[in-house]
Write a protein that binds this ligand. Structure first.
Ligand SMILES: Cc1cc2nc3c(=O)[nH]c(=O)nc-3n(C[C@H](O)[C@H](O)[C@H](O)COP(=O)(O)OP(=O)(O)OC[C@H]3O[C@@H](n4cnc5c(N)ncnc54)[C@H](O)[C@@H]3O)c2cc1C
Length: 375
């Protein structure tokens, strides 16, 4: 147990752990990857009763206002089941904290209350990891902007009430001129043009904007102010990914430990074989290193440090660590691990995506080395 974790955060972590164990794990025999709305909604209501809602949102906006360290502990527990990973709601796009009162009233408060859903659309067919290359344009027209372009790989947009859209002011290049807007579902000229089935049994969306008229009051950042704002909010997401994949790895490691004690081959439990012991030990060491990195960085962020560099390192290390741990757990389970009888294959598919989103790991490595060499 980490003696540096305050008592109230330990209690929060334990509440979330019990919720996942008692209310979510039993559903894994019936559902895979995602819960249908009729099961998901009552569970979300239960989480709200427990105060596990809008966790990172400041108290002035009605959120739980917990620290980054608290968020990492909750994320670790929630990601022990693929079915609970999308349950915690009320999370606000941090861009709204610096937005106008009009946007706060229209979007921030209803999101915190759980009345509406958001999606975030920055990726495009010709630019996603390299956001300076986005081609969606915004052109001022009196009291409006006209948006044109295509977004792709957008999570949750098919059921979102509004979408944060990154566009560039017409005629600008690279990051100069990139600007965030909010577009409401149903706005003429905006449509979900394709549902894209993905490997992790989830579906992402392609969005198209054709002469889509967006009132100027829906602009979230200053014209050209998107780049700095996006970097700030993405860095926090990268810390949380470290905790999320740690939870995924911990679940699979626990399953591998149990299975290795009960599965007998050639007259001995797998747990007696050094080859299996080494796999378990390797995973434990890597999870320990990840936990130490994530917790230390979260504490420093809570003290006000800007850990952009560390956020990238944690994203790379933790996502690759989880891939290895889950892979070993599958190997220890043999064919059972590869089957849909067990959840390991769900984790195996899901963990593959996290090396790609929130910036592919190669881009983080490249940026880190470039900055190290420049400094
Ligand atoms: C499950 C999932 C959910 C997503 N959700 C969203 C969402 O909600 N909203 C949204 O806007 N986007 C979303 N995305 C998109 C995601 O942000 C992009 O896929 C990601 O940024 C990478 O962009 P890309 O796919 O165009 O890859 P590219 O940028 O084309 O890169 C392809 C590969 O090339 C290599 N590479 C690229 N640049 C470099 C470099 N400089 N140095 C070395 N190697 C490099 C990397 O290996 C990289 O994986 C999601 C993606 C996934 C998989």
């Amino acid at each position: 147990m980490d003696a540096l974790i305050p008592e109230e955060l330990r209690m929060l972590q334990s509440t979330v752990r019990q919720f996942v164990e008692n209310e979510v794990l039993p559903l894994e025999t019936e559902y895979q990857d995602e819960l249908p709305p009729e099961i998901r909604d009552p569970l979300q209501a239960r989480l709200r009763e427990l105060g596990i809602w809008a966790l990172s949102v400041p108290a002035e906006y009605g959120g739980a206002d917990i620290s980054t360290l608290g968020m990492t502990l909750v994320s670790e527990e929630i990601y022990k089941s693929m079915l609970s990973r999308n349950l915690i709601g009320g999370g606000v796009n941090p861009l709204l904290y610096n937005a106008s009162d009009y946007l706060k009233e229209k979007y921030l408060h209803p999101v915190v209350r759980g009345e509406v859903k958001s999606a975030g659309a920055f990726s495009e067919p010709n630019a996603a990891g390299d956001l300076g290359g986005i081609e969606t344009t915004a052109e001022r027209d009196g009291d409006d902007y006209i948006l044109n372009g295509t977004k792709v790989w957008i999570r949750g947009a098919h059921e979102a009430d509004h979408v944060f859209v990154l566009a560039r002011m017409k005629g600008t290049q690279r990051h100069i001129g990139t600007t965030w807007f909010i577009v409401d579902a149903g706005t003429p000229g905006f449509e979900v043009s394709r549902r894209i089935p993905m490997m992790g049994d989830t579906t992402l969306n392609e969005l198209s904007f054709t002469d889509c008229v967006v009132p100027a009051a829906q602009r979230v950042t200053a014209e050209g102010g998107a780049w700095e704002a996006a970097q700030r909010s993405l860095n926090r997401a990268r810390f949380l990914i470290g905790a999320e994949v740690l939870g995924m790895a911990e679940r699979c490691q626990a399953m591998a430990m149990n299975y290795s004690k009960s599965r007998v081959t050639f007259g001995q439990p797998l747990a007696e074989r050094q080859a299996v012991q080494f796999m378990l030990a390797e995973s434990e060491i890597e999870m320990y290193a990840t936990r130490a990195m994530v917790h230390e960085a979260a504490r420093r962020v809570d003290l006000g440090e800007d850990l952009q560099r560390e956020a990238g390192m944690i994203k790379v290390y933790s996502t690759e660590m989880a891939g290895r741990v889950i892979d070993r757990a599958m190997q220890i389970h043999g064919a059972a691990g590869y089957s849909k009888d067990l959840v390991i294959e769900q984790f195996y598919r899901a963990v593959r995506a996290v090396r790609i989103f929130e910036g592919p790991n190669e881009i983080h490595r490249w940026r880190l080395a470039r900055n190290m060499l420049r400094d």
